[in-house]
Design a protein around this ligand. Structure first.
Ligand SMILES: [Zn+2]
Ligand SMILES: [Zn+2]
Length: 313
């Protein structure tokens, strides 16, 4: 029997979904493997192929009717489980689900300059993530900048006041969660849980000027928060191409965000007070040095610092 159906799975589904679909394929009887045309199921009198077309997922080829009935039911079941919604024929009214950012969009990174610190809005020009929140005196400025977007999430590179003091207020204002690394949780209670040291003349000045505020500014732990770790991406918030990179040294839980392939927001792991380089303040110098080398080895073109002007390659 010739078989030919179009299922309601759109070819623009993101890679993470196709990975699940490919795993589902392999669980079906007669699985033969992938070749240049796509996945194949082969047996006596059976030769079925799947192909992602603009009109949907096309399943076609030859299979005897008795086997097709059961095989096709299994296929739909496994695909439904893989994609997370009922899969069936488009001609029978099964609807597509569209993944808004199936293809990683070009993302903008917009700097908001607080006092001496920067925070960043990562956006597709509609929806956005705020990376760091600046200190209390910049609250209105940061909220005004965020108000131009449909805000989805706040990420903190680390919870020092100059990055995190406004986190709770902005989280409440836009009803969005705040993500940060678990290792830095205690800093919300007491800065001295990870006291800073410095290198060089610049570092000594910066530390001297900020130490009192670091110690005395109450940074509220956001009520609506979750933890992030190395490799996490923000698929659930519409930003699959924004990835967490652990950059410890300044604090134990310092993170950077890799935006696409070419841009890295580094928090205080690096700084550009006078010239770009390793962050002048650190909790652990050896770890900070390793992180510096790690960032170098990534060969990222554009670096966005917590302090100082971004550098673009
Ligand atoms: Zn810091
Ligand atoms: Zn800082």
């Amino acid at each position: 029997m010739h078989c030919d159906v179009i299922l309601n799975i759109h070819y623009t589904a993101p890679k993470s979904v196709w990975d699940k679909i490919n795993r589902a394929y392999k669980q079906l009887p007669y699985w033969d493997g992938f070749d240049s045309d796509g996945p194949h199921w082969i047996d006596k009198d059976i030769d079925i192929t799947a192909s992602a077309k603009p009109e949907g997922l096309k399943i076609y080829g030859e299979m005897p009717e008795e086997q097709w009935g059961e095989w096709y039911e299994q296929l739909k079941q496994k695909l439904s489980a893989a994609v997370g919604y009922p899969v069936g024929e488009v001609s029978e009214g099964y609807e597509f689900r569209y993944w808004k950012k199936a293809v990683n969009p070009e993302l903008d990174i917009t700097m908001i300059k607080g006092g001496t610190d920067n925070c960043y809005i990562v956006s597709d020009r509609k929806e956005a993530i705020l990376v760091d929140t600046s200190s209390g005196k910049s609250l209105k400025q940061v909220i005004d900048a965020c108000s131009q977007y449909d805000m989805k999430l706040i990420v903190l590179t680390h919870p020092h006041f100059d990055h995190a003091e406004n986190a709770e207020a902005i989280s409440k204002r836009f009803n969005i969660p705040v993500a940060y690394h678990r290792e830095d949780d205690a800093i919300f209670d007491v800065y001295d849980s990870q006291p800073l040291h410095s290198y060089g003349a610049v570092g000594a000045v910066v530390l001297k000027l900020s130490l009192k505020q670091l110690r005395t500014t109450k940074v509220i732990r956001p009520a609506n928060h979750f933890y992030i770790k190395d490799g996490d991406t923000f698929d659930d918030y519409g930003f699959p191409s924004v990835k967490v990179i652990e950059l410890p040294g300044h604090t134990r839980g310092s993170v950077g965000l890799l935006v696409g392939d070419n841009s890295l927001i580094v928090g205080d792991a690096l700084d550009n007070w006078i010239k770009p380089g390793m962050g002048h303040l650190y909790y652990d110098l050896e770890v900070q040095k390793k992180t510096y080398e790690k960032i170098q080895s990534l060969g990222i073109k554009n670096i966005y610092y917590g302090h100082g002007k971004p550098t673009k390659g």
